[in-house]
Design a protein around this ligand. Structure first.
Ligand code: URA
Length: 481
């Protein structure tokens, strides 16, 4: 049996050197007894071992990442567990990637626990000034009770952060001293009597002021700032009172809330729709229509959208393709069907022999309707009144282009073109006739296909869409030659 005693300082480097030597000497984990700090007497004397012919062994980087942190865990078995893993890695080089390995999973969970403890120490350690102004460099002391042996790996962080002062961080097992730019370690100690700090009252007042009672989530707060740290945090004394009075403060905040609408609301109110406001002079060409559309305020959608998106394509196109409304990309670029739905439409149309460049592509509604969610804009279907307001433009486009066929994609387009609100699935692939006699082929909207979650169902859906577009191609060949 080999006994290895690891020092409290330089634990990681020593473990690494010892583990490498043991591995090269081919000493299996069950023959090694690891101890830490001042070793208790054991049955085994510390033994020398011979380097064997194990040869060089490349250790995966992920093992080093793991081991470098786990050595600071409080579990006395950590060194043995790490050496066992290292031993197994020799036989199974891919072991670090095995998510089902229980021993490896336990070590990763220990790694996480050490990292969390280090993070908490950085967040919750509070220095207090000692010997005010007696020396050139100000001196501070702090007391902390970590869950793991994290003072050594964390000391460099505090040296960087508080490099312009001298300090002592005391813990029950080890203390770190930083003086004139040098870190040194000393044995642990009992909690020292720390002086009152002049800045603590200020800090507590600041904490009380930034505490938002309307956002209070006690469970989340306790998880983020566990109670075991409270006793050393000056601001923690204020927490019970802040929690107890939170509800009352929320009521007070509501009662004193400003009654003036925020600026954003002002903007929306100031652009209330001029419902069905007549356009001065009806545009007589597609370019004129596109220009006039820029000023459209026929419904409230123009308030939030970036711009109106006019139809585009030859003014004498044989086929007019009608979608629902511009999406996020279309709204930004000012062109119809340039986003993901447009790309799908282009691909399937090509496969069905329908050239988009020969079609007039437009939408039933010309402004993007959305609901903001964080930084994203989530598509919303236009309502009947918005479709009705925008129908003025669609009818004008139809009158100017006079297509031989209209391909209506999705319920909104089919409704706007035919006036018939029946389910698209029951109508798809069939020719209908608009009030002015134009043949209308109804099909699904490509966005619908993009949302089908199941790959096989999506393939089927695309196949049906392709068949519908092929019908349109055949119709156009027959009618227009
Ligand atoms: N969906 C539509 O209906 N139209 C577009 O222009 C883009 C996506």
């Amino acid at each position: 049996m080999v006994q290895v005693i690891l020092p409290e300082i330089g634990t990681w480097e020593t473990w690494r050197t010892k583990a490498r030597g043991l591995l090269l000497a081919a000493i299996p984990p069950e023959e090694v007894f690891w101890s830490f700090g001042t070793a208790a007497p054991t049955l085994f004397a510390e033994e020398e071992y011979e380097s064997g012919s194990g040869g060089a062994f490349a250790v995966p980087k992920s093992f080093l990442t793991l081991a470098k942190t786990v050595v600071w865990h409080a579990d006395p078995e950590r060194f043995a567990q790490l050496y066992t893993l290292l031993w197994r890695l020799r036989q199974t080089p891919g072991l670090m990637a095995d998510r089902g390995d229980a021993a490896l999973a336990r070590l990763w969970s220990m790694e996480k626990s050490v990292r969390r403890d280090m993070h908490k120490m950085r967040a919750f350690l509070r220095f207090r000034e000692v010997d005010h102004g007696v020396r050139d460099r100000r001196r501070f002391s702090a007391w902390f009770e970590p869950s793991h042996h994290i003072l050594e790996p964390n000391a460099a962080f505090f040296a960087r952060r508080f490099g312009d002062m001298d300090w002592l961080i005391a813990t029950p097992t080890l203390s770190a001293r930083f003086e004139n730019g040098e870190i040194s370690f000393e044995p642990g100690q009992a909690k020292p009597g720390l002086p009152e700090d002049r800045t603590e009252e200020l800090w507590t007042t600041y904490y009380k002021n930034i505490f938002n009672p309307a956002r209070l989530k006690v469970k989340a707060m306790a998880a983020e700032m566990p109670k075991k740290y409270w006793k050393n945090l000056p601001e923690a004394a204020a927490i019970p009172e802040l929690i107890a009075s939170a509800q009352q403060r929320v009521v007070e905040m509501q009662e004193t809330a400003p009654t003036k609408p925020p600026l954003r609301a002002d903007r929306i109110l100031s652009c209330l729709p001029k419902r069905n406001a007549p356009v001065t002079g009806t545009p007589a060409t597609i370019p004129q229509l596109s220009l006039a559309l820029r000023d459209c305020q026929r419904c409230p959608l123009h308030c939030a959208a970036t711009q109106a998106v006019p139809g585009e394509g030859p003014s004498n196109a044989d086929v007019m393709i009608v979608g629902e409304q511009p999406g996020d990309r279309e709204d930004l670029e000012g062109r119809p069907f340039v986003g993901p739905a447009g790309q799908l439409l282009d691909r399937i149309a090509r496969e069905a022999g329908l050239d988009r460049n020969n079609a007039f592509v437009t939408n039933a509604v010309k402004h993007f309707k959305f609901r903001p969610r964080g930084k994203r804009r989530i598509h919303q279907h236009p309502n009947a009144s918005e479709v009705q307001s925008c129908k003025w433009w669609l009818d004008l486009e139809r009158e100017l282009v006079r297509p031989k066929l209209i391909l209506a994609m999705g319920g909104t387009a089919a409704g706007a073109v035919t006036g018939e609100a029946k389910n698209v699935m029951a109508r798809r692939g069939q020719f209908e006739v608009a009030a002015d006699g134009t043949p209308v082929l109804v099909t699904v909207h490509p966005s619908y296909l993009l949302r089908v979650p199941d790959a096989a169902a999506r393939r089927d859906g695309e196949g049906n869409f392709r068949a519908d577009l092929a019908k349109a191609t055949a119709f156009l060949r027959q009618t227009c030659g």
